[in-house]
Design a protein. Structure first.
Length: 124
């Protein structure tokens, strides 16, 4: 079973992704701030990281830079999940090391297709 780390401070958003994880059959690991996300990524080495960019303790921008700078986690794809949807925000997310970018609120069908792309067609 594929493992996904969700780094998200909003309980509502974590709940939505948790339901999607159950439906798509992947294991979800959750962190509520950027520091916890970095620590869990280094310890758990998930198959994919979903990273909110506006996080407490350590921003998602900085957490992604740290993860992409570490030999342990550099190859793990990071998808930015963010309300930062202004012109240039996607480019900034990619400069920080994000492999993909999804603006909130998430549109489930395209997001699901993206997850399948990164996790494999059946999610396992």
């Amino acid at each position: 079973m594929k493992r996904v780390l969700l780094v998200e401070d909003s309980a509502d958003n974590r709940g939505i992704i948790r339901e999607l994880a159950e439906w798509m059959d992947f294991e979800l690991i959750e962190a509520t701030n950027g520091r916890e996300g970095v620590d869990l990524a280094l310890a758990e080495r998930p198959d994919l990281i979903l990273m909110d960019l506006s996080l407490p303790v350590l921003s998602g921008w900085e957490a992604t830079r740290i993860l992409k700078g570490s030999a342990t986690t550099a190859a793990i794809p990071v998808i930015a999940l963010t309300a930062h949807a202004m012109d240039g925000d996607e480019a900034k997310a990619r400069e920080a090391g994000c492999d993909a970018y999804v603006a909130k609120p998430i549109s489930i069908v395209p997001f699901q297709a993206m997850l399948k792309q990164y996790l494999g067609a059946d999610g396992s």
